[in-house]
Write a protein that binds this ligand. Structure first.
Ligand code: C2E
Ligand code: MG
Ligand code: MG
Ligand code: MG
Length: 287
């Protein structure tokens, strides 16, 4: 009896695994189609100066709306795209589309506002990456100074000297580099210094940790101290409350991004938002 029950549960387990694999294969198949059928699009989430509320940039975030209207979150499809290599062409499309949007911002008189673009490690390792990046910038006519590449901490640190060299080339083209999800990896401080990055993005988990009555925020505080010592600008992601913004500012964090300021939005809404928050006049403060 016990044997039979065990066999039953193994069978159920196997069925579960194969369903899971079938689900992923299906999703990947659909993603290839989606990419061809224009079901992928970008949304833009504002980044602001904490002291003034002035908009300093936006992060481009990828979205997939299937033909039946369902939204599939990037955390589900980007790992698949990375494993299959599809991320190289999707990532190139993201670069082109985000550069176009940044060029439009500049034409509307917002040339000092940055566009931050997430880059996957698979893209970075691709030998054609720099050429594709250069082409995206040239074809869109955007100033490279307006573009920032976001690379997650674990990736940036895991690749060693190769990454330092690549960062050097990207920076020589005039772009900025930000380390995303900072605080979750294990950065070597000497490596961080040698990488010469422009910004550290404090991971949302540590912002979340900042609660009422001055509690939490120990790690955010440490990262702020580190940024200050190394002369690297800080940006906090995932700010949801005014109090978190205030505490971060007091810790020396200059920039912020999160639902408290604005959710990621489609390009048309983003252009309107940007026009309304482009400079920090008193009338435009106060969230
Ligand atoms: P990320 O780069 O760390 O992006 C920040 C994520 O936090 C976004 O999730 C954003 O919508 C979310 N977020 C922003 N403010 C708040 C807040 O106040 N509260 C909460 N709870 N969440 C907030 P999203 O758009 O789902 O993207 C998830 C991840 O997918 C990104 O994390 C990034 O790693 C990846 N991703 C998104 N777009 C791209 C892309 O074009 N290329 C690559 N390679 N990865 C991308
Ligand atoms: Mg990011
Ligand atoms: Mg992040
Ligand atoms: Mg993240």
């Amino acid at each position: 009896r016990a044997k039979q029950a065990e066999r039953g549960s193994v069978a159920r387990y196997n069925r579960g695994v194969s369903e899971e694999i079938r689900g992923r294969v299906n999703l990947l198949h659909n993603l290839r189609g989606a990419f061809g059928a224009n079901e992928l699009f970008l949304v833009f989430q504002p980044q602001v100066e904490l002291a003034s509320g002035r908009c300093v940039g936006a992060e481009a975030l990828l979205r997939w709306r299937t033909s039946d209207g369902a939204m599939i979150p990037p955390d589900r499809f980007i790992p698949l795209a990375e494993r299959s290599g599809l991320i190289v062409s999707i990532g190139e499309w993201v670069l082109r589309r985000a550069c176009e949007e940044a060029a439009r911002m500049a034409q509307a008189g917002h040339g000092a506002v940055r566009m931050a673009i997430n880059v996957s490690v698979i893209q970075f390792r691709d030998p054609h990456f720099l050429g594709r990046l250069r082409a995206a910038i040239e074809d869109s006519g955007v100033s490279p100074r307006q573009i920032e590449l976001e690379i997650t901490e674990s990736v940036a640190m895991g690749e060693g000297d190769r990454m330092i060299e690549l960062f050097g080339r990207v920076k020589a083209m005039g772009l900025d580099i930000a380390i995303d999800d900072f605080g979750t990896g294990f950065s070597s401080l000497s490596q961080l210094q040698r990488m010469n990055v422009d910004r550290l993005k404090i991971d949302r988990a540590f912002i979340n940790d900042i609660g009422g009555a001055g509690k939490g925020g120990d790690i955010a505080g440490l990262v702020c101290g580190l940024g200050d010592r190394l002369g690297i600008e800080l940006i906090a992601e995932g700010i949801e409350q005014a109090e978190q913004a205030g505490r971060l500012q007091a810790m020396g964090c200059q920039l912020g991004q999160g639902y408290h300021f604005a959710r990621p939005m489609p390009a048309d809404d983003w252009r309107v938002w940007l026009a309304e928050h482009s400079w920090g006049s008193d009338a435009q403060r106060g969230w």
